[in-house]
Design a protein around this ligand. Structure first.
Ligand SMILES: C[S@@+](CC[C@H](N)C(=O)[O-])C[C@H]1O[C@@H](n2cnc3c(N)ncnc32)[C@H](O)[C@@H]1O
Length: 250
């Protein structure tokens, strides 16, 4: 339970579509490269013959766009409780649908999807993690895979985030131990450490936002970001900011 930021604060914060962030995700050359790599990682875990993919808390749908760019033969569904975010799906390819729904009560039958994932959602529904996980598990078919991306509360960058932004404070309950306690109830769970260079993402986000036409953004952003990212890989993994938990439903 995170008394510092309740359901109303979260709903208010997330109700609007953030097209700046979505545009940056899709167009910023450094972030685009990171997202393509992440999408390839996600799809590498798609079970054989898997066809239907669900993202819970999909925001403006950028994750699904990246997945679709790599494999457009799948059927993608994103749900989010923000209507404005789901409205941002307009113009997406036909095999990507967005539905306004609450992660705590998914409008799907049991075992409807081959692949379900949540990215950076659990710490925003901190008070209801078990309900959200039960729903994710319910709609996943047997023999298929659930992915949960969750922030590492002890990474220096994330410590700054959750101190600055009350909506991020649920992260404090996302330590590896707490995540394993939650997820092992469903099945054996593996962990991957991701995005050592997340700081570079944040910096490159600001530069790109301030003008994609400036010389730095155009010519230097990608090479400079790559160098800094390589250096940040030297950091111990316990400080890397993002983690991916994978659970298979037997
Ligand atoms: C940090 S954003 C992540 C968005 C997306 N997964 C991504 O990686 O870009 C968290 C998302 O969870 C959504 N969300 C929070 N609580 C929710 C709930 N109870 N039901 C559905 N979506 C929810 C928010 O609207 C927001 O879009």
């Amino acid at each position: 339970m995170n008394p510092e930021c309740n359901v109303t604060d979260q709903q208010r914060f997330h109700s609007r579509a953030d097209m700046d962030r979505a545009g940056n995700r899709c167009n910023n050359p450094y972030i685009r490269k990171r997202e393509q790599k992440l999408a390839a990682n996600i799809l590498s875990k798609l079970p054989p013959a898997g066809k239907t993919v669900l993202e819970i808390g999909c925001g403006e749908g950028t994750n699904l766009l990246y997945l679709n760019a790599l494999n457009d033969s799948l059927s993608y569904t994103g749900i989010d409780f923000s209507k404005e975010k789901i409205d941002a799906f307009q113009g997406f390819p036909e095999n990507i649908r967005g539905i306004v729904a609450d992660a705590m009560k998914l409008p799907f039958a049991d075992e409807e999807f081959d692949f379900v994932f949540l990215r950076d959602v659990l710490h925003h529904i901190d008070w209801a993690r078990p309900q959200v996980m039960n729903e994710a598990w319910r709609v996943l078919k047997r023999g298929k895979t659930l992915l949960v991306f969750e922030a590492n509360p002890f990474s220096p960058l994330n410590v700054i985030f959750w101190n600055l932004y009350p909506v991020e404070r649920g992260m404090k309950n996302s330590s590896r131990k707490e995540m394993f306690e939650l997820l092992y109830k469903y099945g054996p769970c593996s962990i991957e450490y991701l995005e050592p260079g997340y700081l570079v993402r944040a910096v490159s986000f600001i530069f790109w936002k301030s003008g994609s036409e400036n010389i730095f953004a155009r010519y230097l952003l990608l090479p400079v970001s790559n160098i800094i990212e390589k250096l940040m890989c030297l950091m111990p993994k316990s400080f890397w900011p993002c983690r991916l938990y994978t659970i298979k439903k037997d």
